[in-house]
Ligand binder design. Structure first.
Ligand code: SAM
Length: 216
């Protein structure tokens, strides 16, 4: 996501320090301590400006939501919104999803949201796609057995390619649709999704189940 640089980025980030986890490595295996009563821990990878994040957290106050985004300028807007809304069940991390295992213990996460990740259309950049097999293996590690990944994208090429990656990584595919909103809006829309929906672009979605037991 390309974002305008903000001169006042750092003070605005600091103002969000209640929900900005600056040293996520210290939380590895302890995320539930942020909200011991939570019935589940969910992770959103590449949350962008956090529209889906804050609306999901508001809709499900008994779930702990952790949003990861590597562009601070985008993540800041999500954090500010979460504070304005008075949300207590959402936290943000500015990090690269490639390093997830440094911050999350094996079997720590119930569900991962992967919404409208960058398609990286050139073949030579396939490894950067957040549905590339090396990313999927990291997600599988931090997910509980039978944990889920919920994936949405407007990009049909990326979707079809990703289905092959999911199969390669033995993730069980469920509830697949190539036109999620065919009969009217379904679920909470992300910022990107709202734009594509207004343009009439069909949204692809599927759920993946972590059926494979990890080696000890
Ligand atoms: C196309 S935007 C979608 C944003 C949001 N999910 C939505 O649907 O509106 C993709 C986001 O993923 C973030 N992203 C891409 N690769 C990432 C990575 N390796 N780690 C963390 N965030 C990443 C980008 O910075 C960008 O904000």
């Amino acid at each position: 996501m390309r974002m305008r640089k903000r001169n006042n980025l750092e003070p605005r980030m600091e103002a969000c320090s209640a929900i900005w986890i600056k040293e996520p490595q210290t939380m590895k295996g302890k995320w539930l301590s942020l909200m011991p009563e939570a019935r589940a821990i969910r992770l959103e990878v590449g949350c962008g400006k956090g529209k889906f994040t804050v609306e999901t957290a508001q809709a499900e106050p008994d779930v702990l939501l952790i949003a990861v985004e590597r562009v601070k300028e985008a993540m800041l807007l999500g954090m500010e919104r979460a504070l304005e809304m008075g949300l207590k069940n959402v936290f943000f991390l500015d990090l690269d999803a490639a390093n997830l295992e440094e911050y999350f213990e094996e079997n720590e996460i119930d569900l991962i949201y992967l919404n409208f990740c960058d398609p990286w259309p050139r073949k030579k950049n396939a490894k950067r796609r957040l549905t590339f097999r090396s990313f999927l293996e990291k997600y599988k590690k931090v997910l509980k057995p039978m944990g889920e990944i919920h994936f949405k994208t407007d990009n049909s090429g990326l979707f079809e390619w990703s289905l092959e990656e999911f199969a390669h990584c033995k993730l069980e595919i469920r509830n697949l649709t190539r036109d999620l909103h065919a009969n009217g809006p379904v679920g909470i829309m992300t910022g990107y999704e709202e734009k594509f929906y207004q343009l009439g672009t069909p949204i692809n979605r599927c759920e993946l189940i972590n059926v494979e037991v990890q080696d000890a």
